[in-house]
Design a protein around this ligand. Structure first.
Ligand SMILES: [Zn+2]
Length: 292
């Protein structure tokens, strides 16, 4: 029996799947890979970031609206999607920072919080998983917890002694962290814009020396420039979260495709033989899965 390759991407909020690794998902979907997005929270505490959507009736119904936005983005990307059922922590602001709201995702015990994800892994049986790095990629409590439960789940899902009530063990072969905002990428886009006589949206970003840069941790670059359009369409489907006139869409598509045509990942765990650098999330796995 022919088997399909399967990719599971774990994300904190609806919209994260469309801003981190979305073109990679679209490429793998086009190649016949079964792709499932696991969304930790409903994004209930997210602010409305698009001025055109910042209306009282939108805020009053934000949880439902974000579900519908996710449905639309899922259809555009051609992926499957599942909710893990946690409640958004919101991004704490102020000095000192206020405590996180009771019952939110950022406060769960990772061993407990991993349960719905382990169940989903054992049902979907992904060969490859992606999540965020230990700093969350960006320091939102839900992004950090997304990392925490993903690592617990990756390490436990294949162990018959762990969580036996959650289904037949399945061990994914590789775990990756999404990489996006590296200095090298920002600089390449910045210089591309300046060379074309355009205003760069990254000037301020590049002046902030305090950002930690993980560019040297990248092991895997996925060519996916021809899917950037799909990524942007999926992102726009999250209309409450994305300003169509904003930052994201300032760099012309052709320039992005020319200057930085890949999405990049850090290989965090591998149970197969896959020398890095690589150009395929399934390197070392394809050989052993009979897809014909
Ligand atoms: Zn998020």
């Amino acid at each position: 029996m022919a088997e399909q390759l399967r990719l599971m991407t774990v994300h904190a909020h609806p919209d994260d799947e469309s801003s981190k690794g979305a073109a990679t998902m679209a490429r793998y979907v086009a190649e016949g890979v079964d792709v499932l997005v696991a969304t930790c929270t409903g994004g209930e505490r997210g602010s409305v970031l698009n001025p055109q959507m910042d209306r009282p009736e939108v805020l009053a119904d934000i949880a439902n609206i974000r579900k519908r936005e996710m449905d639309e983005a899922r259809a555009i990307l051609g992926v499957r999607q599942a909710w893990l059922g946690f409640v958004d922590s919101g991004l704490p602001e102020g000095d000192p920072l206020p405590p996180l709201p009771e019952g939110c995702f950022g406060l769960v015990d990772p061993e407990e919080g991993a349960k719905p994800l382990i169940k989903l892994i054992r049902e979907f049986r992904p060969h490859v998983m992606t999540t965020y790095d230990e700093n969350g990629g960006y320091p939102h409590p839900d992004h950090i917890m997304c990392h925490n439960i993903s690592v617990v789940a990756f390490d436990a899902a294949g162990d018959p002694d762990k969580y036996p009530e959650l289904g037949e063990p399945w061990q994914p072969s590789k775990l990756y962290y999404n990489s996006g905002w590296t200095r090298a990428r920002m600089l390449a886009l910045h210089e591309g814009m300046l060379a074309a006589g355009l205003e760069s949206p990254y000037t301020e970003w590049l002046q902030n020396e305090e950002r930690t840069d993980r560019g040297d941790k990248i092991t895997t670059r996925i060519e996916c420039g021809e899917y950037f359009e799909i990524r942007d369409n999926a992102l726009r489907a999250h209309a409450t979260q994305v300003d169509p006139d904003g930052f994201w869409f300032h760099v012309p598509m052709e320039m992005q495709q020319k200057v930085w045509p890949t999405e990049d990942f850090e290989l965090a765990r591998s149970l197969v033989d896959s020398p890095t650098p690589e150009s395929d999330l399934f390197a070392g796995i394809r050989e052993s899965v009979d897809t014909h």
